[in-house]
Design a protein around this ligand. Structure first.
Ligand code: HEM
Length: 279
């Protein structure tokens, strides 16, 4: 595999190089991930919408009264709203189970988890430099990042940790499992786990849907691809991996193209020789 031409650090690009990289697309997300992500986003939208209205009693509520009465109006009764919340939650768990069973090796392998949530030294440095840049304390360049940056990795880690908690506590509450005390704790944990995800989502949705520099990332969650220039500038370490794979692929195909040509050379194949001629 030839990797000698791949730079170790991001180098300044000429206008031509930048333009040609802008035109080339590289694959970032598998279709299964895209479908799961948007299914998950839709489920969270409706679960939060109904969940906020469900947490209301004469003593405690988190949403304003006007909001609760609108959602009440849509569902007619509180029981209908709860039924919808539970049914959608169970469908969500079912889809994740199918995904976990059939995609376990592909999407939850050690390699995927290492690339998507494990932080390396560059990630720790990225967190420090990014924070200092936001505070206006430095203009230092951000350290190179893998397929996800350190902020995305932290968010993903939190989501992967909280989702099972939301699911288990949801099931305990829905079916009143293990007695009143356990159900009581499930209510608290469910609320806290959802709260943690919502805090992360405020940044995630802003970065994904609004932040101008991250537009290619948003469209990658629809098309599955990003342009190479974005990969080079924002996810340099991932770009070097793509380049190394590309070179390996090209090399392999070049070798395969040479091999049959060599066997087909006149005189090199027994089919070309006179019958009975030795050698
Ligand atoms: C309108 C809502 C949402 C938008 C616009 C959105 C946007 C995006 C985008 C653009 C990416 C790809 C980032 C990249 O490839 O660099 C992404 C990834 C991801 N999203 Fe969302 N998302 C939304 C909702 C959610 C929800 C509700 C969750 C989970 C509770 C979630 C969890 C994730 C995770 C774990 C990833 C992969 C890692 C990461 O980027 O942190 N997203 N999202």
């Amino acid at each position: 595999m030839r990797t000698d031409a791949i730079p170790v650090h991001p180098l300044p690009l000429t206008a031509e190089q930048a333009e040609s990289m802008l035109q080339r697309q590289v694959k970032k997300h598998h279709i299964a991930i895209i479908l799961l992500h948007w299914f998950n986003a839709i489920v969270w939208f409706f679960e939060l919408l109904t969940g906020l209205a469900l947490i209301s009693s004469p003593l405690f509520r988190v949403a304003p009264r006007w909001y609760i009465s609108i959602v009440d109006g849509v569902f007619g009764t509180r029981a209908n709203m709860l039924q919808f919340h539970v049914a959608l939650g169970l469908l969500w768990i079912g889809v994740y189970l199918v995904y976990a069973i059939f995609g376990f090796r592909t999407y939850l392998s050690k390699e995927v988890l290492r690339n998507e949530i494990a932080l390396d030294l560059d990630d720790y440095r990225w967190l420090v430099v990014r924070t200092r840049r936001i505070l206006g304390l430095t203009r230092e360049a951000l350290p190179p990042q893998g397929i996800y940056n350190a902020g995305q990795k932290l968010f993903a880690f939190m989501v992967y940790a909280m989702i099972p908690l939301v699911m288990v506590t949801g099931v305990v509450m829905a079916f009143r499992l293990f007695g009143t005390q356990v159900v009581g704790w499930a209510v608290v944990l469910h609320f806290c786990a959802v709260g943690a995800v919502v805090c992360g989502l405020l940044v995630h949705v802003y970065m994904g849907a609004v932040f101008p520099e991250e537009k290619p990332a948003f469209f990658s969650m629809i098309t599955g691809t990003v342009n190479e220039l974005y990969a080079y500038r924002h996810h340099f370490k991932w770009w070097t991996v793509i380049k190394a794979e590309e070179q390996a692929w090209n090399q392999q195909h070049a070798d395969e193209a040479v091999a049959p040509a060599e066997t087909a050379r006149p005189g090199s194949s027994s089919a070309d020789r006179e019958p009975g001629c030795p050698g």
